[in-house]
Design a binder for this molecule. Sequence first.
Ligand SMILES: [Fe+2]
Length: 461
Amino acid sequence: MIQGPIVTSPELGQALNPGPHDTVLEMLPMPAFIKNADLVFTHANPAYCDLVGLDRERIVGARTADISPLDAVWHEETDRRLLSAGGVTTYEMNIRHPGHPPMRGEIFKIRLDDSDGGIVGILGVIVDRSGQFAAEQRLLETETIHRLVVDSITDAVFLLDEGGWILFAGPAVTEIFGVGPLEALAGGTLDAMMGGGAGNLLDLPRDRATRGIERRVERPDGRTREILVDVKPIEIGAGRWLVTCHDVTERNDGLRRLKESMVQTVQALCTTVEQRDPYVTGHQDRVADLAVAIGRHMGLDEDRIEGLRLGAIVHDIGKINVPIQILSKPGKLSAAEFDIIRTHSETGYQILKDVDFPWPIARMVREHHEGVDGSGYPLGLTGDQLLLESRIISVADVLEAVTSHRPYRPGLGLEHGLQVLREMRGGKLDPDVVDVCIELIESKEARVPGWTCEAGAVESR
Ligand SMILES: [Fe+2]
């Protein structure tokens, strides 16, 4: 940077260079020197001597090449330009001299002119910028690292203010949401990115816990993605929230396919069981339909309902181990035969206990003949030890069994079935579940698919 000439008085010129201990430069805490118009050092203050590691006597009368051989050519070119143009020039550079720690310095050079317009020389002052430079370097490094981290992660990262407005959007936004980071910023809020319905996201993590919320997002290209959204408050800076959006579409599709194939496999196995016992054809499906209706009425969420349905469908799978002659025996069973039948809940548990269902299916199967009063089998558990799903399947199983035809008797009718439930209420059967079941059947509020609530229809099967 070249500015206009600095005009000095003869007195000042004299003051700058009269002797080693009585000059303005001597008092400066930062390194300073004077070169004459031939670029020969005429003065160096103690700080400059300390910086370059040389005595004043070695500096005065020397040229830059004697002091800083590596940078001498460049320094003198700069000096000559300054002598020619006048004014002030300043530049930053790394300064390394033996015996002195490396320094990042900003050098100010001023052309000294006398009052007659003659060029006296150059005054050089060096300001130590090492601390500032190190801080800038650290900031740059931190920003670079943060940028690399943000660029490399596949999650879409947002920085939001307290109103949900987007302050920053990472590059993965494009892949997940189908819009670029700048479009995301222009879009305004995370709620807008989500197509609405995300407005309450910032209300969730007030307890500073991480929450994961799954949302379906319709992209501008029409593709739907399933997004797992995490919202975290940022400790530094009030009212800032870090939101990461992870695309779980493929994972969920895979889980759905796995779940479907698992359910299909088990259902196929159950069909095999039913084919061995034609008198109970449809029993498991009807029990499942009624169990689901009861479960919904009791407020179970849809995931739990899905598990309840599968548990009800497979509850008698252990009968695959019961001889067909016993299953289809038209007369009454002997005590020994009934003992064999009673093994089916434990057998079903053993068949399913190692299958990695997302629900406790094996326990539902084992517990569907347990009683809340401990009178059931195989373990004689009591109500508080039984899954709610198991208690629901028990009620649905009893009602379906009483009202359906059996090898040894015709169906007994829906009214009789409800009477049996009332008699077993609080004994073998959970009273709350029985109440819900009776309410469902009597009010006919809930139509149960595959289950006809009309007594006559049940009789006719
Ligand atoms: Fe059973």
